[in-house]
Design a protein around this ligand. Sequence first.
Ligand SMILES: [Fe+2]
Ligand SMILES: [Fe+2]
Length: 377
Amino acid sequence: MVKKEREFVHLKRQLELQNKKLQHIFKIGRASVAILSSEKPEKLNSVLQEIIDEATEVLNSEVGSILLFEPKSDIMTIRVAKGLDEDIIKKTRLKTGERISGWVAKHKEAILVKDIEEDTRFSPRSLERYYTKSLISAPIMIDRHVLGVININNKGNRQVFDEEDLDLLGAVAAQAALIISNVNLYKELQRLYMNTVEALAEAIDARDHYTKSHSEHVTEYTVAIANEMGLPQKKIEIIERASKLHDIGKIGIHDYILNKPGKLTKDEWEEVKTHSLKGARILEPLAFLDGVIGTVKQHHERYDGTGYPDKIKGDKIRIEARIMAAADAFDAMITERPYAAAKTQEEAIEELKKESGKQFDPKVVKAFLKVLEKRGK
Ligand SMILES: [Fe+2]
Ligand SMILES: [Fe+2]
């Protein structure tokens, strides 16, 4: 009976331990789903930090780190750590083969070191700075390609690590590898998409001689107006990008409509009006451009609330889009169009003033007039 009782207690303890470990792994899994569904690759570091925090906790350690190879290089640096001095985090740079992390990266295998001083795999010289006796370390790899290494050290206040700990670290490393490679893949896809979108924007400008260099001119105006208004750098970057891409939705409008000499029918005009929304949709996969997407979507809203697509009004329209509306209209006015002769600069300025408070934000018009005045000098 006593034996049975002991067995029961043992099993119960075992179950608790396993449950605790699973909880941690589950948390890490959830963090990785969060990062991938938020489509924010810049969150990678915070997820890796979460992984190292969880891993050290479950392994009852106070010190751990994740090292990753720098892009296209043989150098690993510490991306996240727990319990390490800031100085070590900043200065550590390891090549394949160097020290323990380098050894793990080179041999592509996880190691359990029970007593660092007695382990014959490492020369004592290379370990001078090691302050822990026992450690576990596992390669973070995908298809035998090593992305980095995860290390967990104990500080001597605990018994040495065992095989079970090593297995757990292996599982954590496998999850980290999946997250990192997914994020890398995602970043690469975004980069390719961005290139295509930019090429497309240029092609749209180029295919129609009426709008040639239109986006370029609009960009010059909007950035100058934003600076004149003293907008923060972040908003200026958004407006610059949005200006270059603002008419990208025209790729979804029939050529014959865009190039039609003379007036558009009501239906044709309705189709032209879909381009701001279509543009926003094209940019949607580039989630990191959220401010840009909103600006593209709103660039034909009017200050008095009679624009499109959402008929929003006043300050409800992003400031970047209010600026763009004025710059876009101004460039259109002074350019010859299939349906209208070009206005002179003076006539276009009169139009800006006339529409101030109606089509355009008065603050934007004021800044724009200053910009034009400075340019005229
Ligand atoms: Fe437009
Ligand atoms: Fe435009």
